[in-house]
Design a protein around this ligand. Structure first.
Ligand code: AMP
Length: 601
């Protein structure tokens, strides 16, 4: 960058920071304006005309009146309500169904939360907002980034639209390139490695190039923390082969993709002294169970940056083990549907991180959620898990209260963001439960609690992903007396036998005596705090918890099953509960030990 360009960039950063503060100060007003803009751009669409009528005269309504009309006329919706429209768009219908402007690209959500990929229209706005976040919170310039990122295959829908996961579009976008140029920090791997299509081959190349540039790596990152943990678990197995390649400037035959091979070979040259240094460190690390692997092999790395909250929390312990004293910086909170909030305090550990909701990202509503016993008002709606209150606008949320997020997605250019195509989801229930922890100026700071959907239920019991995570965390603490650890886990409510019972599957690394696993099983059974579960266990209407140990590599097979079905490593989240028959067959086939809890008599 020239001096002039540098000065312009600094000016731009400052402009964005003051813009951001202004937006946060006036969050309520900005939301009302954001919604008005969304409606202005899309009131001619089939979806909005269905609910707002064909004769809406927007100019006759002030933004607040339009907001009231929108909320009272357009119903809350879930993916199934938008899906017929999105399917028609994918099939080539170019009439204004959800958006006035034709949609040219579709994003697939990871699909691992719901079990199958969902189509969500994608706009350049998603990439631009990522860039914008990056500019607001600049990283240290210079050096390299070790990024464990992976694209899925992009493909054409029947109607000729390009479909792929949101991260896939992003890694292929100009913004991804611009971000690197702008921050002067470049990813170690070329695009051919990111887009190689085989996550094992890509991981090998990420690691090899990461080692080749080891003294320049400024930080280590991935979209979700799972990918980093997976990559270093692979490193433990592959390091000797990696050292051979470093030494000779060669590439293992395990990488078969010609494009990937060419791109990696272009960046490698023989480096025997580095190979010997890495080899020596690896021998030492092997003896200390690979603790502090990252700072030892990447001495210039300052921090790890990734999504570490929510369903990534179970991988934190392993991540800390690899990261040693390096800071763990939580990446922002977003989804394929919309970006939601940014982490303004990079120093906060994952356990305390909050995300400030950005009022220009989308129009947000918050459905208050109460646990059943707090029901005290007749206008509350009882649903399967929580009791819901009336949706509130962003400016009316209360500290300490939990909410489900509802999105009406942005469909036009807010300040600093240029969009080229348009997306439209209206009063869309995202299915995420968040808690308001405070405010940054007028914008709420939220913590991610869990996915809303119940994952385990046999009769009156209600277990969420977070409940299960806590239970597994408590059960696995008993392993601390051994050198073993839980690599990954999932669960299933077995209703085939009577009484039904919960089954928890663990993949364990290291040797553990059966007596310890038996104790873990019992500990987990008594750790489910849900009143319905405890009562049902005491009365015998839910059977004893079952812990099944699956063989090494089982969760790798699950990952492969999802990737085979269009998911991407970058957005993969192990399903914490499953009723999917293919997965259950994999888990059954791989079960090597079973334990039944002896708690509750
Ligand atoms: P995807 O389906 O791949 O678009 O993933 C989006 C989902 O990932 C969100 O709806 C959340 O459930 C989860 N998620 C995204 N960012 C975070 C975060 N920072 N903390 C916890 N969960 C997150």
């Amino acid at each position: 960058m020239t001096v002039e360009e540098e000065a312009a960039a600094v000016g731009e950063d400052q402009e964005i920071i003051s813009w951001f503060e202004g937006v946060a100060d006036n969050a309520g007003l900005v939301q009302t304006q954001t919604l008005r803009r969304i409606i202005e751009l899309n009131h001619g669409t089939e979806y909005l005309q269905k609910w707002l009528g064909r004769d809406l005269q927007i100019q006759d309504l002030d933004p607040a009146a339009l907001e009231s009309l929108f909320i009272s006329s357009v119903p809350l919706a879930c993916h199934a309500d938008h899906e017929p429209y999105i399917q028609s768009i994918a099939d080539g219908d170019t009439s204004p169904l959800l958006t006035q402007e034709p949609i040219t690209t579709l994003s697939l959500s990871s699909g691992t939360t719901d079990g199958r990929p969902k189509y969500v229209p994608f706009t350049r706005f998603s990439s631009q907002s990522t860039l914008q976040i990056f500019r607001v919170f600049p990283i240290r310039a210079g050096g390299r980034i070790l990024e464990f990122i992976y694209s899925s295959k992009q493909f054409q829908t029947k109607g000729g639209l390009t479909a792929g996961t949101a991260t896939t579009h992003y890694f292929a976008s100009e913004e991804f390139e611009t971000k690197q140029k702008r921050t002067k920090c470049f990813t170690c791997s070329p695009y051919e490695v990111i887009a190689g299509g085989d996550y094992k081959q890509s991981t090998y190349c990420h690691l090899l190039l990461g080692l080749a540039f080891s003294d320049q790596v400024e930080f280590v990152t991935s979209t979700f923390a799972y990918s980093i943990v997976q990559a270093f678990a692979a490193f433990e197995e592959l390091w000797e082969e990696l050292c051979d390649d470093l030494r000779g400037g060669t590439l293992s035959p395990r990488v078969t993709s010609p494009e990937m091979r060419r791109a990696v070979m272009d960046r490698l040259s023989p480096n025997p002294s580095l190979a010997s240094k890495v080899e020596k460190k690896c021998r030492e690390l092997e003896g200390s169970d690979w603790g502090r692997l990252i700072p030892k092999l990447w001495p210039s790395a300052k921090y790890i940056y990734s999504i570490m909250t929510g369903s990534m929390q179970p991988y934190l312990k392993k991540l800390r083990h690899y990261a040693g004293y390096l800071a763990l910086v939580c990446a922002d909170y977003g989804s394929t549907e919309s970006w939601i909030g940014v982490n303004l305090e990079p120093h906060d550990p994952p356990e305390r991180v909050t995300f400030t909701v950005i009022p220009t990202f989308s129009y947000f509503e918050f459905i208050p959620l109460y646990t059943q016993n707090k029901q005290d008002s007749s206008n509350l709606v009882v649903t399967d898990d929580f009791v819901e209150g009336e949706p509130l606008p962003l400016s009316q949320v209360k500290v300490g209260q939990q909410y489900e997020i509802v999105l009406t997605t942005f469909t036009g250019p807010p300040s600093f963001v240029i969009t080229s195509s348009i997306l439209g989801l209206y009063r869309y229930r995202l299915g995420d439960v968040v808690e308001v922890a405070g405010f940054y100026r007028g914008a709420p700071k939220i913590t991610f609690i869990c996915r809303r959907k119940l994952i385990l239920t046999v009769n009156i019991d209600k277990t969420t992903e977070r409940d299960l995570q806590i239970v597994v965390e408590k059960g696995s603490r008993l392993l601390s007396q051994t050198r073993a650890e839980v690599v990954d886990f999932t669960s299933h409510a077995d209703l085939a036998a009577h009484p039904g019972h919960y089954v928890i599957y663990w993949e364990v690394k290291g040797e553990v005596a059966d007596g310890v696993l038996d104790a873990c099983c019992r500990e987990m059974d008594v750790s489910f705090a849900d009143h319905g579960y405890v009562v049902s266990r005491k009365t015998g209407s839910i059977g004893p918890l079952e812990l099944r140990i699956v063989e090494t590599g089982t969760f790798g097979k699950i990952l492969e099953y999802y990737i085979g079905n269009g998911a991407t490593m970058s957005q993969f989240k192990t399903p914490r509960c499953t009723t999917n028959q293919v997965l259950l067959r994999i888990l059954d086939r791989c079960t090597v030990k079973r334990f039944r809890s002896t708690a509750y008599g």
